[in-house]
Structure formats: structure tokens, C-alpha cells
Design a protein around this ligand. Structure first.
Ligand code: NAD
Length: 508
């Protein structure tokens, strides 16, 4: 019944066999790359990068626009591949995978020349009279992009776009659950006319990903679970390979007494159930003020009951993408019920379907003793807890080893911002579900165990480059021998520049 299995062919090659989460039918068998092939792919990536790094920013931007055209042109094919491997509804295949990819291509293409061109740096103090400084953004080399299965196309293409704009080549190692959705990125870049081997794919499992890192790439961009993230951090640390980690979450939602209850309830349902709950910034814990609790819960129950779960891609909620995840969801719900939680809607696998469908579920009377309020559930589970004050909500929200995203609901926007700032998390929304991954203007990254480093925004893009300062002057500013005179000159400079408040302001 497993969605993916690994076997070995007669010649000893590892093979990946995949089933559809929609109806458990066989959807493909793929060869995993072996060590020799991985090594060859790395060599090819290095050769491609050596040429690509000499391309102008204009050439790179032009490629991104061509890729955007191909994604728009191939939107149905992309949706079809992603839906075949994940079963996600067509609306989500379009919004999360296709629309967001084109949005990202255009966003970075339009800003790359400004953000990545050499920058003159205005110097301070006495050095400003004798030196000029600028920063040039150099590519790192070959970037390995390792991705999960929940957003298999967007999470593969988005780091690749940023890596290529900085002059790197990229090797994608997609999840073993969704290999073809990741491999599509290579195909799309090839269709857009990208140079050969600039974007390549390595198919395989975790062991394959580890072997790829053994080839010592120049950066690893990892998106996935905390446990794998720690292994990657340790491997990269040993070899001093720069890396970024975008990991799991257990996002909190705080609903204040003055919230628009209908809007908040709708946000709770979509935040918890989008992508069948398999969303790193999914709402996994909801804290609601006691005076509006009953009304809020009634509204959530009513919306949840109206959701359509279907296996034709047309409903609101599709399947869980793999069997291990649905087992985790079942375990969390059972653990909650055993410890006293009440199920108001759902609570089981949906018996109407052959595939991996878990019913959208509303749980109340939950507590922090339960797995559903502690560990990442990654399912369509809406867990609601009553609180007696905003302070209590905040304390509970911060009682987590995760810190990826969160959301606060109140009509008082000043208060909303204040609570948002106090949540220990990577980003937060006020009066909306977590949406920061889709806001390309801002860096995206978790705190605590939710990650290290950022993707997206100017900060994320620049992570794929080395910012190299070049300091230029006609004459050296320091020289031997050290004499009484040179020491006196330093003392005078100290007095002139930093001994006076007005001069400090002007030259500091
Ligand atoms: P995972 O960690 O099991 O696998 C992710 C990728 O890492 C896969 O491609 C896998 O083959 C590879 N891998 C596994 N072991 C490896 C190793 N030792 N060395 C190198 N590569 C290895 O995660 P998953 O189950 O695919 O994804 C779900 C997780 O991803 C959830 O926790 C979710 O919250 C998280 N996620 C985070 C973000 C974010 O941006 N923060 C986005 C999406 C998903």
C-alpha cells in the first residue's frame, strides 16, 4: 500500500516505484541515480556554471522571462504532473505551483539587475578621503536544491530561479514522493532554451540526496523536515558548505475578542486545510478568546461541514500525498481523543475513497499534552483551544520548538501588530492566514527549529551570491615603520574625527 517503494533491478540499480494517493494505482517506476551518475552530473554542472557565470545579468533576466512564458504555455501539463503525483485540487495546483512560479520568475527578473549589479559603498571616517569601495556579487558555483513533496514544483523552481540569476548552475533532488514534479523544472528550463546542464535533476531518495552533498556543491538549499535538516546541517558543517534550511512548523493562530468572527473562522479553515493541511505554514494550533469561543467554533464547524473532498481535482480538499503522513495524522487524532479531545467534524479516513483521504476535522478541548498541539500534524485538522486572555494565548503560542509563521485576528490593527511582534516565529500575518512565502518582497525563514537562513526577498536572493567588497585606492593607507610621528598622526585623527559630536555625526 506504500505510495513509494524502493527496489533493486537485476543490475543492482535502485528503482523508485510510485502509486497515486488518489486511487493507489501504479503511476511510474523510475531509476535512481547511482554514485557515478551523480558525480557526472556534478561535473556537468560545474562546466555549465563556468560558462553561465560569464553571462550578463541581462541574459539571465531574459532567460527568466522565457521560462515564465513556457510555464504559462505549459500550465496544464504542469498541473497534470503535479496532480498525478499529489492529487491536489486543480485550484491549488494552479495557485500554489503555476501562478506562484510565474510570479516568482517575474519578480526576481524585474529586480535582479538592480539588486545584483556592482554597488558603490559610501565610506565613513578618514578612509572616505583616500579609498573607494564597491561590492560585486559573485556566484557561489553549483547549488544543490533538495525539496519536499508538498509543493513539489514551486519549491523546486523558486530556489533555482534565484540561484541562476546569481550566476550559479543548479541540481535539483526532488522528493521521492514527487520526482516528476521536480524534474519538470529541468524540462521547463530546457524548453526555454537554457544552456545544457545549467539545470539538472537527480532522482532518488534520502540516500541519493546525501550522496549528492558528498560531491561538495557550493551551496545547499534545503526544504524539508527538521530531522533531515539537522543531518544536512551537520554534513554541510563538516565540509563548510553554505546552506539554508526551510523546515517544518506548528503555526499558531490567535483570535482576539474583537476579531471579525466570520472572517477569522474562514481563515482558520483555509489555513488548516489548504493543500489538505500539508503546508509548512499551515495553521496547526488555534487559540480563541473565551467570550467569542462558542460563536467562532460554530462558524468553523459550519464552514468545515460545507467543504467538498473529492478525487476528481475539482473539490476543496484532496488526499494526503503519502501513506506515512496519513498515519501520522491518524496517530495525532487518536492521541488527542484518548487524552480528552472532542471531535466536532470528521476524525477519520474518508471511507468514500480508495486513496489516502482524511476527512477535514474539527477538534476542541485540546491541550498541549496532545501531539496534535505539539508535533507537526500536516493534515486537514483544525484544533481549537479556549483561552481567557491574549497574554495566555501568546504564552501558549510561544510554547513550541517550531517558529515558522503565525496569524493574529483583531479589528485593532495596532494591537494586531503588537501581538504579531511578540510571537516567536519567522513571520506573522494580521487578519489573514500565513502568506509570507507568497510575498516575494520579504525574506522567508523560520526561527527555533523551523530553519536557518532565508529564502525569498532581496536577502534570500543574495544568499546565492558571495558579496565581495573591492576596496580601491591610489596609495596604501598603512605602512611600516611604526614611528612616534605615525602614532601622533593617529592620535590627531582620533581627536579630529571622533572627539567632536558634530564631526561624529557628519563622518560617522
Ligand atoms: P524530508 O526531510 O523527509 O525530505 C525532504 C527531501 O530531503 C527529500 O527530497 C528527501 O529525499 C531528502 N533527504 C532525506 N534525507 C536526506 C539526507 N540524509 N540527505 C540529503 N537529502 C535527504 O521532508 P518531506 O517529508 O519531504 O517534507 C515535509 C517537511 O517539509 C515538513 O516538515 C514541512 O513542514 C517541510 N516544509 C518546509 C517548508 C518551508 O519552506 N519551511 C516548505 C515545505 C515543506
Amino acid at each position: 500500500m506504500a505510495i513509494f517503494s524502493i527496489s533493486h533491478s537485476n543490475d543492482g540499480r535502485k528503482q523508485l516505484s510510485l502509486k497515486s494517493p488518489v486511487d493507489l494505482s501504479h503511476i511510474g517506476t523510475y531509476d535512481c541515480a547511482n554514485k557515478d551518475e551523480i558525480s557526472k552530473i556534478m561535473t556537468q554542472a560545474k562546466v555549465a556554471q563556468a560558462k553561465w557565470k560569464t553571462s550578463t545579468l541581462k541574459d539571465r533576466v531574459e532567460l527568466m522571462h522565457k521560462v515564465a512564458d513556457v510555464v504559462i504555455d505549459q500550465q496544464n501539463q504542469i498541473m497534470e504532473v503535479v496532480m498525478r503525483e499529489t492529487g491536489k485540487p486543480q485550484q491549488e495546483a494552479m495557485s500554489m505551483e503555476v501562478f506562484s512560479s510565474v510570479d516568482s520568475l517575474i519578480f526576481y527578473a524585474n529586480r535582479a539587475e538592480k539588486w545584483l549589479s556592482d554597488k558603490k559603498i559610501k565610506m565613513h571616517g578618514p578612509m572616505r578621503f583616500i579609498k573607494k569601495t564597491f561590492i560585486t556579487y559573485k556566484p557561489r558555483g553549483v547549488v544543490v536544491v533538495i525539496t519536499p513533496w508538498n509543493g513539489p514544483f514551486i519549491l523546486s523552481i523558486n530556489p533555482v530561479i534565484q540561484a541562476l540569476l546569481c550566476g550559479n548552475s543548479a541540481i535539483i533532488k526532488p522528493s521521492e514522493i514527487t520526482p516528476m514534479s521536480g524534474a519538470l523544472v529541468e524540462e521547463i528550463f530546457a524548453l526555454a532554451g537554457a544552456p545544457k546542464h545549467l539545470v539538472q535533476t537527480v532522482i532518488g531518495d534520502g540516500e541519493t540526496g546525501a550522496e549528492l552533498i558528498d560531491q561538495v556543491p557550493d551551496k545547499v538549499s534545503f526544504t524539508g523536515s527538521v530531522s533531515t535538516g539537522k543531518k544536512i546541517a551537520s554534513k554541510c558543517g563538516e565540509m563548510l558548505i553554505p546552506f539554508s534550511l526551510e523546515l517544518g512548523g506548528k503555526d499558531a493562530m490567535i483570535v482576539c475578542s474583537d476579531a471579525d468572527i466570520k472572517d477569522a473562522a474562514s481563515g482558520a479553515v483555509v489555513g488548516s486545510c489548504m493543500n489538505a493541511g500539508q503546508y509548512c505554514c499551515g495553521t496547526e494550533r488555534i487559540y480563541v478568546m473565551e467570550d467569542i469561543y462558542d460563536e467562532f467554533v460554530a462558524e468553523v464547524v459550519s464552514i468545515t461541514k460545507s467543504l467538498v473532498q473529492s478525487n476528481d481535482g475539482k473539490g476543496d480538499i484532496g488526499p494526503t500525498f503519502w501513506d506515512k503522513q496519513i498515519e501520522i495524522i491518524e496517530d495525532h487524532v487518536k492521541d488527542a481523543i484518548d487524552k480528552g479531545a472532542k471531535v466536532l467534524v470528521g476524525g477519520n479516513r474518508n471511507p468514500s475513497f480508495k486513496g489516502l483521504y482524511f476527512e477535514p476535522t474539527v477538534l476542541v478541548e485540546v491541550s498541549h499534552e496532545m501531539k496534535v498541539m505539539k508535533d507537526e500534524t500536516f493534515g486537514p485538522i483544525i484544533s481549537i483551544m479556549k483561552v481567557s486572555s491574549e497574554e495566555e494565548a501568546l504564552t501558549l503560542a510561544n510554547q513550541s520548538h517550531y517558529g515558522l509563521n503565525g496569524n493574529v485576528w483583531t479589528k485593532d490593527l495596532v494591537k494586531g501588530k503588537k501581538i504579531a511582534k511578540s510571537i516567536e516565529t519567522g513571520a506573522c500575518s494580521v487578519n489573514d492566514m500565513a502568506m509570507s512565502y507568497g510575498v516575494n518582497e520579504v525574506p522567508f525563514g523560520g526561527v527555533k527549529e523551523s530553519g536557518l537562513g532565508v529564502v525569498n526577498g532581496k536577502e534570500g536572493l543574495l544568499g546565492y551570491a558571495h558579496a565581495m567588497p573591492i576596496i580601491v585606492g591610489k596609495k596604501s593607507a598603512s605602512a611600516y615603520p611604526y614611528t612616534d610621528k605615525s602614532l601622533d598622526q593617529l592620535r590627531s585623527a582620533l581627536k579630529i574625527f571622533w572627539g567632536n559630536k558634530l564631526v561624529r555625526k557628519i563622518f560617522g
